[in-house]
Design a protein around this ligand. Structure first.
Ligand code: FMN
Length: 372
């Protein structure tokens, strides 16, 4: 689909695409033009979790279907202190599929990873925690339990946000994770991710529930200030994050409506939370983390012009390929990175028809040619 597009630019695509390139080499090659940092700091391993968040409190949130290895590499290269896996089924790990393990393994040069588990059976959590710790060793930075997912397929089985209705079982799960880690010789933090409540109109459960999880041994609590029945719609209630901060002694990680660096910093100031998860605010914006840190340091966030966005898109697509992801994910990436590009609708439409990495890269290169 590309050949005919080049003639009138008198410019051949400068796409020297090497499908065997590894992510480290890709990042080393692309980082400059994409405004990213190819070197990634490991998440600090010593001190309390609150102390570890101090240097950099901006985390890439877990997102099923999104936060794959390429996405996490972009986030870490964009300054995230840590990036979470998509939620991973403890039953899936129990039944031992290599496909499930692919979700858990950090991908070099990702220095370490936060693994998020979901399920309902404490015994399966104990086993999963032990297996993950044994397999990842020092590359496991943190283990998080999903008590927030609102999807009926998940909650029907008593998993995800259904656990908000079962604090005793949830506490058991936290203890089981700690036991599993201990058995594998690991002392990484166990955290939980919760929502304000299950249903809109219900009394807010998050503060009391968070206290129960901290009492069971959770080292931190992440709070998404929406009810599960809100799914991802409506406004997130940062007041809920603040009430959890006031209810517990452990660090709180805030989530919800962190649309960019300014909101990330504002959420910390408003709620007193110790760290922030950036979720949809990272769509087409891997720089959100470094920019938030600049804001904290009293500096202006950097401008990310079209040239840089196109370079970041190309880098991301190459990373998708190098990490064996399904290339269909590049379609959403095109929509996100090309937002605001002149003629964006037509370009996104073309991106929908790209079949190969080369086609995506040629499309980005053509757009680059247009801006001269
Ligand atoms: C596509 C998508 C997938 C998500 N998957 C997960 C998940 O696997 N585990 C989880 O704890 N939260 C998941 N979330 C929730 C986010 O981590 C975050 O808490 C939520 O989107 C609120 O932040 P935002 O309003 O800034 O996007 C997901 C969100 C989206 C949009």
């Amino acid at each position: 689909m590309t050949g005919g597009h080049w003639g009138h630019h008198e410019r051949k695509p400068d796409v020297s695409y090497d499908s065997v390139a590894d992510p480290r080499a890709i990042l080393a090659e692309c980082a400059g033009a994409a405004g990213l940092s190819p070197g990634m700091a490991a998440f600090p391993r010593t001190g309390t979790l609150a102390q570890r968040f101090q240097a950099n409190p901006f985390l890439m949130a877990p997102m099923a279907g999104v936060s794959d290895a390429a996405y996490r590499l972009m986030a870490r290269a964009g300054g995230a202190a840590l990036a979470y896996t998509e939620m991973v089924s403890v039953a899936g790990l129990h039944y031992g599929g290599e496909k499930t393990w692919e979700l858990v393994e950090p991908w070099d040069p990702e220095p370490d990873i936060a693994v998020q588990l979901f399920g309902s059976k404490p015994e399966q959590f104990r086993e999963a925690a032990s297996l993950v710790a044994s397999r990842l060793r020092e590359r496991l930075a943190l283990l998080d339990v999903n008590m927030a997912c609102p999807v009926p397929k998940v909650t029907r089985k008593g998993e995800g946000s259904a656990l908000l209705d079962e604090p005793d079982r949830a506490a058991d799960i936290v203890r089981s994770c700690l036991a599993g880690l201990r058995g594998a010789g690991s002392d990484v933090p166990v955290t939980v991710k919760i929502r304000a409540a299950r249903r809109t109109g219900d009394a807010e459960v998050a503060p009391e529930f968070a206290r129960a999880m901290a009492d069971a041994g959770a080292t931190a609590v992440a709070v998404h200030g929406r009810t599960a029945s809100q799914l991802y719609r409506g406004e997130a209630d940062w007041g809920c994050v603040e009430r959890v901060v006031q209810a517990v002694d452990v660090p709180v990680i805030g989530s919800g409506d962190v649309r960019g660096p300014a909101e990330a910093v504002r959420m910390m100031e408003q709620t007193g939370c110790s760290a922030v998860m950036v979720a949809r605010g990272t769509y087409g914006n891997p720089w959100a983390f470094a920019d938030a840190r600049r804001l904290c340091a009293g500096l202006e966030p950097l401008e990310h012009g079209l040239r840089q966005r196109l370079a970041a898109f190309a880098c991301h697509v190459r990373l998708l390929d190098a990490t064996h992801a399904h290339l269909a994910r590049a379609r959403s990436l095109a929509a996100w990175y090309f937002k605001g590009v002149p003629g964006a609708a037509a370009i996104r439409d073309r991106a929908m028809h790209c079949q190969t990495v080369t086609e995506y890269l040629e499309l980005a290169d053509e757009l680059l040619g247009r801006i001269g």
